[in-house]
Design a protein around this ligand. Structure first.
Ligand code: URP
Ligand code: ZN
Ligand code: ZN
Ligand code: ZN
Length: 466
């Protein structure tokens, strides 16, 4: 038995803040207690971590990553090994990545392929959603089995015709299946058919540079698809999770639905909270670094997203971490912006960036923990094992220094990508120590994790709805 005592910190969960010491026994939190009680824990302790002046928070749960994902004629640059290590550096102790059912392939085959990529390589615990790109009787039937194996959420795309795209009939059928088996349907809500028309028109007019990416992926085409996804989910009687919401008009659709009590949830990502569409106009093709879908938006959208995070119109902040190197991968789109691999790195910076909302008073500390850890854990069937610090929960714990400043940079980050979208930005707050299932994997700037420590998580169905 290994006993670790975390002393003197401020324990913050989604529901309370208490000055308490934490006893970790083996892989789990055993108790929270007063300093007097904790005195009794010390004689048998194998390690004592000093958290004086630090926050003690549940490890981050990033519900949206793409490690080594084939996409856009290449593959995202982080492997499960490098990507989960970077996650750990940033205080994220659980990722949920997307296995892909390829067109013509089965859902279990897709899942097996992703298990093979991840197993033995992850520094932190991981789960899978399934990207369903070929909806038919066979693949729909396979979904029930996947739910039984702990893959309890599926992503469908209204964007990317010819790649992951499903038409409305297929999406409706998948949602009907989810209504029956308890899975959560995630939707990439952009009208891909209309966007492709605008792409072809832009290219025909000789408009080929990265800034066109922001023009053709119009906010109203995100709003329209969001509206449609919501109505399809209502017809199917299924809950809906809209990924990477970036447009204020799309958020309006979520607000309207949520106000009538429908189980519809929205996710946004740090890039939409901190970066704007102006980045796409950087000189020398540098705008390609900021190509992701949904795209970055004008600044006024950010205000609405922050408001949505405060008011719970948006429920989760995930990263959509999908890194492509500038030099060797983003350049595939020189001369044709539609060939720039879509995606941005971010798995390492989510907690720090969201913490800026606490620093400047836009979020409370508890809401910060809720958005980054507790709600994604509940939404994806991992709570209370993940997402909180309570007796019996996994000892995924971060000691966070709220006052330390550091600069985000490709020179110092741990993601396997040659640029940092936040290059040179100073953030207030820093991860000091990370425990993953009771093991210290990061402490005082020293990485102590190892590939294979992270385990596959069999998830329950959505905790909010059961
Ligand atoms: O640009 C993005 N978001 N790339 C990853 C794939 C997706 O649509 O989530
Ligand atoms: Zn997407
Ligand atoms: Zn994604
Ligand atoms: Zn950091």
């Amino acid at each position: 038995m290994t006993r670790t005592v975390i002393r003197g910190g401020l324990v913050i969960t989604a529901t309370e803040e208490v000055e308490a010491d934490v006893l970790v026994v083996d892989e789990q939190v055993a108790a929270l207690g007063t300093p007097e009680l904790a005195e009794q824990w010390l004689p048998g302790a194998d390690a004592v971590l000093d958290a004086e002046g630090l926050y003690v928070i549940p490890g981050g749960v990033d519900g949206h990553t793409h490690m080594e994902m084939p996409f856009g004629g290449t593959s995202s640059a982080d492997t499960f090994e490098t990507g989960t290590r970077a996650a750990a550096w940033g205080g994220t102790t659980t990722i949920i990545d997307f296995a892909i059912q390829s067109i013509g392939g089965s859902a279990p085959e897709g899942l097996d392929t992703w298990h093979a990529k991840a197993e033995g390589n992850c520094a932190v615990d991981y789960g899978f959603h399934l990207i369903l790109s070929d909806v038919h009787d066979g693949s729909l039937a396979e979904l029930d089995g996947l739910v039984g194996e702990g893959v309890t959420s599926f992503k469908l795309f209204m964007a990317y015709p010819g790649v992951f795209y499903s038409d409305d009939g297929r999406i409706l059928r998948a949602m009907q299946r989810a209504a029956g088996n308890g899975a959560l349907t995630m939707v990439h809500a952009e009208n891909g058919i209309a966007i492709d028309v605008l792409v072809q028109q832009a290219l025909a007019a000789g408009r080929t540079d990265p800034r066109e990416h922001g023009r053709v992926r119009h906010p109203l085409l995100e709003a329209e698809a969001t509206h449609r996804a919501i109505q399809l989910a209502r017809v199917a009687g299924a809950p809906l999770y809209v990924v990477h919401v970036s447009a204020a008009e799309a958020l309006d659709e979520l607000v309207r639905a949520r106000d009538t009590g429908i189980p519809v949830f929205g996710e946004t990502c740090p890039q939409y909270l901190f970066l704007t569409v102006d980045e796409l106009s950087r000189p020398g093709f540098e705008g390609a670094k900021y190509v992701c879908s949904t795209p970055l938006r004008p600044e006024e959208h950010q205000r609405e997203l922050w408001r949505g995070l405060r008011t719970d119109d948006l429920s989760v902040v995930a990263t959509d971490h999908c890194p492509f190197c500038f030099a060797s991968q983003k350049e595939l789109g020189i001369g044709d912006f539609s060939k720039i691999p879509n995606g941005m790195p971010g798995v390492e910076h989510r907690l720090d960036l969201l913490h800026q909302g606490v620093v400047d008073g836009r979020l409370t500390r508890r809401r910060w923990v809720e958005l980054a850890s507790t709600t994604p854990a509940r939404m994806f069937g991992l709570h209370p094992r993940k997402g909180t610090i309570a007796p019996g929960s996994d000892a995924d714990v971060v000691l966070y220094d709220p006052r330390a400043e550091h600069v985000l940079s490709a020179g110092t980050h741990h993601m396997n990508v040659d640029y940092n979208p936040y290059e040179g930005r100073t953030v207030t707050g820093a991860v000091r120590t990370v425990l993953s299932r009771g093991r210290v994997i990061l402490d005082g700037g020293e990485y102590r994790g190892r590939p294979g420590h992270g385990r596959f998580l069999r998830r329950d169905t959505c905790g909010y709805l059961t």
